[in-house]
Design a protein around this ligand. Structure first.
Ligand code: SF4
Length: 290
């Protein structure tokens, strides 16, 4: 399996350039950037989970605190800014804990799912953890990076090999929406560059999720699906999941007042989904609708 050895993820940690905010925080000296991440990630919950795409479940999910984006509808709002509460261990201890927890679990986990917050802001730690796990338990569940994909090219290269699956969100189809909803600059350039890159890794499964946001079908859903159809249609490792279960978790604090998807919007999303041309696609995690 190709593995990038040219770049050490620790070189990207201090000054930090793991994500495209490139804030240069000296994380090895305990400086904290806008993502809130310290040196060791805090896992605020972990469980066997059945709410992912069918081929990924049961999936053992680890939720890591902190995020490089700041979506106003985020369901994990309480775990995005320090101080964080949860479990903190060394990579060796985590590898041992995961082996003990999962080796004989029934049902067996198919995937080891690193989620957030945003897991890639802890990339050097996760790569160490996986290295130890490979040694301790070579047959461990496939590692899955469940990510916003807002990584620098150097950080992204470090993911090739250790993560068998990259599950990436393509949230916004418009940079203005990304800036105003998620305080994220240069969104399209970064996400689409990184999606194109992972689509060229034949050994890595690429799953792209798009969550339909109310009031954002023309500016976000339509351009995202058009781009996937035109740029990634031929990618053999690609699966796209269109999701319509939007829940406005932060409606009282958000600058926008979110509502739930109405019937006309859900119908519009279905029409757009039916015209999506990619190798494999799912509607809300299930088979395509007629
Ligand atoms: S991962 Fe965090 S510390 Fe690193 S560049 Fe991004 S915001 Fe800054």
């Amino acid at each position: 399996m190709p593995q990038n050895t040219a770049i050490s993820p620790f070189d990207l940690l201090s000054p930090c350039s793991l994500c495209e905010l490139r804030c240069q925080a000296a994380r090895l000296d305990c400086e904290v950037g806008p993502c809130g991440a310290g040196l060791e990630p805090v896992v605020y919950s972990r469980m066997l989970h059945f709410g992912e795409e069918l081929e990924l479940i049961p999936s053992y999910v680890l939720n890591l605190a902190g995020c490089s984006m700041a979506c106003t509808f985020c369901s994990e709002e309480n775990h995005l800014k320090p101080p964080f509460a949860g479990e903190s261990m060394s990579p060796e201890e985590w590898a041992l804990t995961l082996k003990k927890t999962l080796e004989h679990s029934k049902p067996a986990a198919k995937t080891l799912n690193f989620v957030g917050g945003e897991p890639s802001i802890h990339l050097p730690f996760l790569l160490q953890l996986l290295e130890h796990l490979d040694e301790l338990w070579p047959a461990h569940p496939r590692a899955l990076l469940n990510t916003n994909l807002y990584l620098t090219p150097q950080a992204l290269q470090c993911c090739r090999g250790p993560f068998a699956i990259v599950l990436a969100d393509h949230k916004f189809g418009d940079d203005h929406c990304a800036r105003t909803i998620a305080r994220t600059p240069r969104y399209l350039e970064v996400i689409q560059r990184n999606l194109l890159e992972v689509s060229r890794w034949p050994e890595t499964q690429l799953i792209v999720r798009h969550l339909v946001m109310p009031g954002h079908l023309e500016c976000c859903t339509e351009p995202v699906l058009n781009w996937l159809s035109s740029e990634l249609a031929g990618a053999p490792n690609l699966l796209v999941n269109l999701m319509t279960g939007f829940v406005p978790f932060q409606e009282t604090t958000a600058s926008q007042r979110w509502h739930r998807l109405d019937t006309a919007e859900a119908q519009h999303a279905k029409t757009l989904f039916n015209s999506l041309r990619v190798n494999r696609k799912l509607w809300n995690g299930g088979p395509p609708v007629a």
